[in-house]
Write a protein that binds this ligand. Sequence first.
Ligand code: BGC
Length: 759
Amino acid sequence: MKTKTIYLTFLFSTIMTYSQNNIKKWLQEMTHEEKVNLVVGMGMNISGIDNTGPTVGQTMDKVPGAAGTTFEIKRLGIPNTVLADGPAGLRILSNRPNDTKTYFATAFPVGTLLASTWNTDLVEKVGKAMGNEVKEYGVDILLAPALNIQRNALGGRNFEYYSEDPVISGNIAAAMVNGIQSNGVGTSIKHYAANNQETNRNLVNVKISERALREIYLKGFEIAVKKSNPWTVMSSYNKINGSYTSQSFNLLTTVLRDEWKYKGYVMTDWFGGNNAIEQLKAGNDLLMPGTENQKKEILEGIKNKTITELDLNKNVEKILTILLQTPSYKKYKYSNNPKLIENAKISRQAATEGMVLLQNNKETLPIKKPNQVAVFGNNAYDLISGGTGSGDVNEAYTISLIDGFKNANIKLDSDLIKKYESYKLEEKAKLPAKKFFFELSPPIPEMEIDVKLIEKNAKENDIAFISIGRNAGEFQDRKEKYDYELTPKELELISKISTEFHKENKKVIVILNIGGVIEIASWKDKADAILLAWQGGQEMGNAVIDLITGKENPSGRLAVTFPLHYQDDISSKNFPGKNTSNEEVKGFGGMSLGHNSEVQYDEDIYVGYRFFTSQKMKTCYDFGFGLSYTQFDYSNFKINKKVFKNELEVMVDVTNIGKITGKEVVQLYLSSPESKTKRPKVELIAFSKTKTLQPNEKQTIKFILNAKDLAYFNDKNFSWTIDSGKYQLKLGKSSTRFIEENNFIVKKNIQVEKVNKLY
Ligand code: BGC
């Protein structure tokens, strides 16, 4: 063992010295122009604004459809590296000009679903599968995962993000990075930081306290950096407290490099920020996708000494250090044949584990061998595998709910199917042409169905399924009316079906194919069961059927709160902020960037369940909630010390006491003593998922907690601190339902880590 370690250390240091020598040599040999080329990407053809060709997020360089490419310096043997989106799978073009081969990638479930698995091993497996496609299609760095906090339900990109909680976000992101990077390709954790809305995303100034920034918005990134060492970090579009994140030395150097010891490089989000020199000096090493103007600006800067050669060398060095690890540099011969069949299976497995069973009255689910079922809702015919924008994937197929039923040999009401199919064709033809590539087409209104017909359906079928869908994506946030809330037609459909099927003593099951939170409280009593299927990737239809037939037991839990009403959430008072000027700002290529604006994060650290639990406010479904077809018992909940010094060991036994195999999510919350500094009523500090437990099978779950896990951010002396007092550790089925508690004491205030003041 020892000899192996010594050998590996020797090998590693030899490689490091070799690489450092290489980089030193390159730095000596490179001209100013070459260095500038390396820190500014190769640009992007945005002629496709008219929707005919490649467009924002797509290049036609080395790998068509990738988001960007870095420059090659042939004479020094420095190759191009290829960067492609995104969080739900590799985003490249599936078809290439004059080429009959297809280049499909697997659409995995969206981030919100992956977080709802609460299963870091599974997410790592998904990452490994994604990374295989990255590598085999000739890409070096995947622009993922995205781990911004879901601050408000209307955030247009919430589906790409994980949770309202930083501990979940950070740990799930770390698992994803570890999985992807195990292939020898890189990641870019994004968007660092506080990019929590799409409205005016390139201009908005996020006004936020240092405590909320540290405890909520940076914490996930800190966990991910420390646990997974991502090759790159992508700075965000927005400003924080007056300065662009991509131009903030404090964020990119003081926090990321000095405090967290980050070793990779930072790139901008596409066309982000407004000052190339400030960006480079702040520690934003690569400007993407890169423009000629930025190059001019930097070359001028060198001439007039607003940036020194030494500054520039730092950026170049960081890019080259990562470049040496890329498949492109290593001349990896990619196959263009990733493991699509195997990866589709992983996508399906992840989808079943992240879907959340919200309601299951009188054991409606799993369904018991029906003769025939009726499927309502446009969405059932066209499930949304993932949201739009750079987080979208060009997959070969998406299994619809109808396909899923057919694959499982469940007989469907074929007259109803015919009706929906012809209605959808007619309505689709009426849709207006898109104004820009990523524009979201308006949803097709629900088909009016006569009560008489539903009455007939209720007689002829054993069960009704209603599928409700929502889509969202880059450039626009969602709306409260008819998006967060259901449309009158959707509500009417649920009502009519519920009345008619219940008259016949038959069950109504609602499937929610959504990427973010919607209103459920007002109509949930009309359904016997509700399955929150999220946006489950290309195998989604099969995954839903796996769960409703009981082939798989639901084990997803909410990583976000579903309030009773949108307005209940305090963040709704300040979302998406207000314009500070009436003038419309234009960006690269004349694209509108919206308005200068600001948004005040008045809720401070009280985001999601931290707010609802502290205010003792009722919700529709709590953070952490989710049902199973079996039950679990918790016993032997122990902590190894009654007085905290620097570490605690926590153990609990979980036993499956039901009749069906299943997995349980173990959630550990902290309640802090009353002290001068207010803390949320509960904070999630650790979590774990059991393996598949057979009936009567038991598993011991162990957590090791260190001081930082228990600390809050003290903005009086800029340190992570634990106040003295009596603390409670609570095992929760959700953020409000606790099974057992254990106490420990902190005798004196502990200053865990002193950090820097940022603003
Ligand atoms: C998005 C990023 C993405 C980039 C490249 C931007 O519009 O915000 O998440 O990685 O485009 O496509």
